[in-house]
Design a protein around this ligand. Sequence first.
Ligand code: FUB
Length: 452
Amino acid sequence: MMIQPLLKKILFVILVFSLARSGYAQNPLITNQYTADPSARVFGDRVYIYPSHDILCTEGKGRIGWFCMEDYHVFSSSNLTDWKDHGVIVSQDKVPWVDPAGYSMWAPDCISRNGKYYFYFPSRARDTVANGKGFSIGVAVSDTPIGPFVPQSEPIKKVQGIDPNVFIDKDGQAYLYWSQGNIYGAKLKENMLELASDPVILQELPSEGLKEGPYVFERNGKYYMTYPHVQNKIERLEYAIGDNPLGPFRKAGVIMDESSTGCWTNHHSIVNFKKQWYLFYHHNDLSPNFDKNRSIRADSLLFNTDGTIRKVIPTLRGIGLSSALKEIQLDRYSDLSRNGVKVDFLDTANRMMGWKATLAQSDAWIRYNAVDFSVSKLKKLHVRAWSAQGAVLEIRVNKIDGPLIDKVNIGSSTDWKLVTSSKASVLRGVHDLFVVLKSADPVSVDWIRFEK
Ligand code: FUB
């Protein structure tokens, strides 16, 4: 008699744990433009991302083959799945001190203080600027997280470098960090626009290999200085821990290994949203052959009991629940059968159209975690698919041989088509989906979606 409540409790704990672990949105987060260097911030009940906006340099516009950025957008989400683009907030031709031929609006950051939002950004300065040639860091101020941001007419004095990051400690003291070969830190004045102390080089970080992109946060009284570092050939994300915002720090390990696709840079931020930590970072998903056109991603981040960070393995599934009512992109899978599944771009001439997954042998499967079926009586299943010879797909929940929620015949065709079944049967809740090929000939799937 006592077993049933206990079983319910265990099932509930398993559900909560798996939700906390499984992230929600799909990677990359933004697919209609290139985005990099994501600085994520929680303001109110939304997450805001302030990334760099990569474009392609062309003749007369920036340095061909190099980073090229002329403005910044901000994106926000309340559920980590649906990201809203709030448009351009700062552009190089609107900032008095920025060289308008620079195309160097590199990694920014944003922070809120006393009801104002301070957006920090680096760029190449005009020759006339007091800080001298090269990169300076400026601030633009707004009353809301999405702007309008008004840029200061001069960059911050005594700061030369890139990758600004701002941290406000519990006692209200704000700090600015940036990189220029080394990683620097200094106190900021209450006005958030001027340094309150001379910059210091943060020692004890790796002395060999490029390090940049500092990002500092505090957890349980410990200060985490996190940064991309070239230990081998390309950047990986590392961290050090200290008892004070300006150190000394003790090197503590690797947060994320080098990109398996060879993207030379990585750049990140770490936030806690609704009691879960997340790592925002970038790869070059939409531009596999040119790693200066990058795309932002996010995955869940976990701590060990001693406060060290567990290495984050990049996923395609990303974070956030996927609504069963929206297109579920199986190519952003959580897991695959060892053989018989391939993921390709839908159209290599327009990679922003996304990807397709091809199941090519009987019993090949794709797992896609954390689909939200909180809307009841979803009977229709739409599958955008293409099979030259025709195919049969089974959709199951929670295990490869878990409850069958539909079996769909994909008739043979010479192009993509939408196949609809009206006999789907699925219990309310959050489920991991398994899509299994039950015939011999290949089928490509763009997405699946449920409806009432
Ligand atoms: O986006 C340009 C530069 O690439 C950033 O400033 C660095 O952190 C690296 O991501």
